[in-house]
Ligand binder design. Structure first.
Ligand code: AHR
Length: 517
């Protein structure tokens, strides 16, 4: 986290922030906070991440054997340090599309004896030197809960079931003996297991239609839960939102079959700004909100026939900005999906994080895709790393926005986008944790500050408000190995007993944190 000293230094280096605070003709907004208006408990697992055998995420990313920057196991120390600061709560592996042809037995046993295999999702050869034991060790070093996605593409029911047995089995069986032989005596107790990845997409190895997938996943789910009844299963919901794809129908079918077995319905969403339209891009989270609400309705409809009702939540287990490093010719080989993020991307990510908090009652898992190099907040080369713009909102949310999500009353000026009549310039969320209030605000306005009056309905400010602002000279500003114009800059402001006036600079994400009495 940033210290007071580092924020005043950084503030001095960022005069654009001070100027924005002085604007007198700014549009105005009002935000009321009532701490009894609770949306739900924020599940820490909404601050998850994802590592896939894709490009330079694992191989030549987090895992680089024989590098002076790596430890004796091959894990890059500098990347691990930066990842730890993101407070990653849940780490998904091995894919992604990769998982749909991954046979876990290839990745166990002595590293030098593991078979290299043709990797068809992303067009490389998979060495299998990073497998189940390496993943479990990495998750432990990161301090994150592991989440394993099984192969329901080219894999079998038995393969999925035996992976659970290998990882979690207590009994003395041929499979658990194998684990012990490979150096792990005790079960790891992995709770979160994915029932395949993006099975609704024609690009997926082993793609099936909704009925076929659901029937296949149901049998896998039964065997996996009979092996370890304590596990939680994530069913592959919609990822294919292409025109003509019946994404709602897919979720309905999956839920109808799996309502008694799935604990989460997975959703994926990637967005971009291919037409270079900032206001349009900044409205992406409204579409996300639609998809959440519709999926919530589908889940509720499916479980409404159950007595007692089961809780099925949304696992939004892949999200990010991804469009430049995308498409034909950019998705096969080693240096692929390497997006270089700018300020506007970071703001969109902040609005997505606001959406997770504002839907805290139903979104209980979210994983940014991915951790390093591949559409990622951390970027590395042989010599070091830099932090991409999207690192900062994730870091601020994951380290501060905890506890209860609060329903805010927001009266913000609005604009019209191609898809939505009313897009509020201010996008916000709030949390309350042990008397500590956190408010996250994105100003979607490209060139005007929004002066905002905060009113506390039932509490009082009890001390200064700590401010962390992610901004930069321009919406296209980006970081690289030599400079970081986009980062979090912190300072502190005073509040009156129940009121605070704050001017949110154009194209900014701001986190306000204070104690309440
Ligand atoms: O995260 C990159 C890819 O995006 C994943 O492998 C896949 O699940 C999605 O299409």
């Amino acid at each position: 986290m940033l210290t007071r000293r580092s924020f005043s230094k950084a503030l001095a280096a960022a005069p654009f922030i001070a100027r924005a605070q002085q604007s007198s003709s700014a549009p105005r907004a009002r935000i009321k906070i009532d701490t009894e208006r609770v949306i739900g408990d924020i599940d820490p697992k909404i601050y998850g991440n994802f590592i896939e055998h894709l490009g330079r995420c694992i191989d030549d990313g987090i895992f680089k054997e024989n590098s002076p920057l790596s430890d004796s196991n091959g894990f890059r120390r500098d990347i691990l340090d930066a990842a730890r600061k993101l407070n990653v709560t849940l780490i998904r592996w091995p894919g992604g599309n990769f998982s749909s042809n991954y046979h876990w037995r290839d990745g166990i046993g002595p590293r030098d004896r593991r078979p290299p295999r043709l990797e068809m999702a992303w067009g490389t050869v998979e060495s299998n030197r990073f497998g189940t034991h390496e993943f479990m060790q990495y998750a432990e070093m990161l301090g994150a809960e592991p989440y394993i996605c099984v192969n329901l593409g080219t894999g079998t029911w038995t393969e999925a079931q035996q992976w659970v047995e290998y990882v979690n089995g207590k009994e003395d069986t041929e499979v658990t003996r194998l684990r012990r032989q490979n150096g792990r005596r005790d079960p790891w107790k992995v709770t979160y297991w994915g029932l395949g990845n993006e099975m609704d997409g024609g690009w997926q190895m082993g793609h099936r239609d909704g009925e076929e997938y659901s029937k296949f996943a149901l049998e896998a789910a039964k065997l996996m839960k009979w092996t370890d009844p304590s596990i939680k299963l994530i069913a592959a919901g919609s990822s294919n939102f292409a025109p003509g794809a019946d994404w709602i129908g897919w979720n309905r079918t999956v839920m109808n079959y799996l309502k008694n077995h799935a604990d989460y319905l997975s959703l994926h969403m990637y967005v971009g700004n291919p037409t270079n339209n900032f206001p349009e891009f900044m409205a992406s989270s409204l579409e996300l909100q639609d998809r959440i609400k519709i999926s919530e309705g589908v889940i509720n409809a499916a479980v409404s026939s159950l007595t007692p009702r089961r809780k099925v939540h949304i696992a939004w287990d892949e999200y990010n900005v991804w469009y430049r490093a995308r498409g034909e010719g950019r998705e096969k080989g080693r240096n692929i999906l390497e997006e270089h993020y700018n300020l506007e991307d970071a703001l969109v990510v902040a609005t997505f994080l606001n959406s997770s908090v504002n839907n805290a009652h139903i979104i209980k898992i979210a994983n940014m895709a991915q951790l390093v190099n591949v559409i990622a907040p951390i970027f590395s080369n042989d010599k070091g790393i830099y932090l991409q713009t999207i690192y900062y909102p994730l870091q601020l949310f994951a380290n501060n926005t905890r506890g209860k999500a609060l329903q805010l009353y927001v009266d913000s000026p609005k604009y019209r986008s191609r898809q939505f009549d009313e897009v509020p310039y201010l996008d916000s969320s709030a949390s309350l944790d042990n008397g500590s209030l956190v408010i996250n605000v994105v100003n979607r306005h490209g060139d005007q500050a929004v002066e905002t009056d905060f009113e506390l309905e039932d509490k009082q400010f009890a001390g200064p408000v700590q401010v962390a602002e992610v901004n930069g000279p321009d919406i296209k500003s980006a970081n690289d190995f030599t400079s970081s114009p986009v980062k979090a800059v912190t300072r502190s402001v005073a509040a009156e007993s129940k009121r605070l006036r704050y001017s949110f600079p154009p194209h900014s994400y701001t986190m306000l944190k204070t104690k309440l009495a």
